[in-house]
Write a protein that binds this ligand. Structure first.
Ligand SMILES: [Zn+2]
Ligand SMILES: [Zn+2]
Length: 377
């Protein structure tokens, strides 16, 4: 027993090295590989998210907060007897924090809006309902029918190597539809896009609004591209973005709180747990229990990314901790390797839905690998 333990505790030869170092380039500072969408490395091989993190430490957050306060005040003045803003929420950690900040700190009257992917986990439902109740927030939720969701789930897997098209597209479109229908121009999201992706810069996203943002970053395909013998144009109505004219008429703008307030995931989570009895849950593939746990299939989504791109949620979470100085890069790679490869929850349910074997599942995703990673079998 003791001998065994000593043996397994000895670091392997590849300790602290990434899983696919022969096929992918990795950021020299964190654990993110070149296969991450939109990944860019500078001349030192450092990714944009790491550079953004340096910026984050030098931003005058007090001043940013003043800009936020003024912006919110101006919308409050304009809204009359209507809601002051829309907060798109899922019930996850960011949602509760957004509701808290906007209602309690800035005195806004928000309308919370949820596109329901129709795969709510028990804990996800609890967190959503609990937050709405405790914070006394009005709420609209849209739920596409389950039969359609199942069809889209399988179709999306084959088309983009990610079964969540309906969720990505719906989360992008539905709050905008409500903004237009209810004439509420201001939408407020949580985390800055600079935190995790290599796509942005804290300095250039104030109030910029892009109708197609979610299609570009996550859904990839427009609703008409999902039409087939079984899925009609009518079925896809809930996933459609409002027209440019409607967006223009209402004057829709969006902002991310994380561009104005110093964002600290861990502290926010501790706060909402204590203040609102928000609950976390640990899942395979995730070493933190507080991200994306409202969806039953979240770990499947992450696993598909892992097979297709060579990294999963473990890498994302470890990289964030490396950037925050909580882990060394080597420790990050060890954590990433351990969690990324875990078999996701509800995989069997998905295999049944798609009527394929686990081997076929892996092969579909491997066939989508890009560049040198294609050679990896
Ligand atoms: Zn990096
Ligand atoms: Zn997904």
């Amino acid at each position: 027993m003791t001998k065994q333990m000593i043996f397994t505790d000895t670091p392997p030869d590849n300790y602290g090295e990434p899983l696919y170092k022969e096929y992918l380039q990795y950021c020299t500072r964190c654990c993110m590989p070149s296969s991450n969408e939109g990944m860019q490395f500078d001349e030192l091989g450092i990714c944009l998210a790491c550079r953004a993190q340096e910026q984050k430490m030098r931003i005058n957050w007090k001043k940013s907060e003043e800009v936020l306060r003024e912006t919110l005040e101006s919308y409050k003045e304009r809204s009359g007897d209507n809601y002051d803003c829309i907060i798109p929420i899922s019930g996850g950690k960011d949602s509760v924090f957004q509701l808290h900040v906007l209602k309690k700190v800035y005195g806004m009257k928000p309308l919370a809006v949820t596109f329901n992917h129709n795969w709510y986990s028990e804990i996800g439902r609890y967190n959503l309902e609990n937050a709405l109740e405790k914070l006394e927030i009005d709420h609209i939720m849209f739920t596409p029918n389950k039969a359609l969701v199942k069809k889209l789930f399988v179709k999306s897997f084959y088309k983009i190597g990610d079964s969540c098209w309906h969720c990505h597209a719906g989360v992008g479109a539905f709050p905008l539809q409500i903004a237009v229908k209810f004439n509420i121009p201001l939408l407020i999201w949580g985390e800055s896009v600079c935190e995790s992706s290599g796509r942005a810069d804290f300095r250039d996203n104030v109030q910029k609004f892009d109708r197609d943002y979610f299609t570009k970053v996550s859904a990839k395909l427009y609703p008409e591209q999902m039409i087939d013998e079984e899925i009609t144009r009518k079925d896809l109505k809930p996933f459609e973005l409002p027209s440019f004219e409607d967006i223009e008429r209402v004057g829709v703008v969006g902002l991310h709180l994380g561009d104005y307030l110093f964002w600290d995931d861990e502290r926010q989570m501790e706060f909402i747990k204590k203040e609102y009895d928000w609950r976390e849950e640990h899942r395979p593939g995730h070493y933190k229990g507080f991200k994306g746990n409202e969806c039953k299939f979240e770990t499947l989504h992450d696993h598909m990314k892992y097979v297709k791109r060579g990294f999963g949620r473990g890498t994302d979470q470890a990289s964030a901790d490396v950037r925050a100085g909580l882990l060394t890069r080597e420790e990050g790679f060890e954590i990433a390797k351990k969690y990324d490869q875990q078999r996701p929850a509800y995989l069997d349910e998905f295999l049944d839905m798609a009527n394929i074997t686990e081997e076929e599942y892996n092969n579909v995703l491997k066939a989508m690998r890009q560049g040198k990673f294609r050679e990896c079998r």
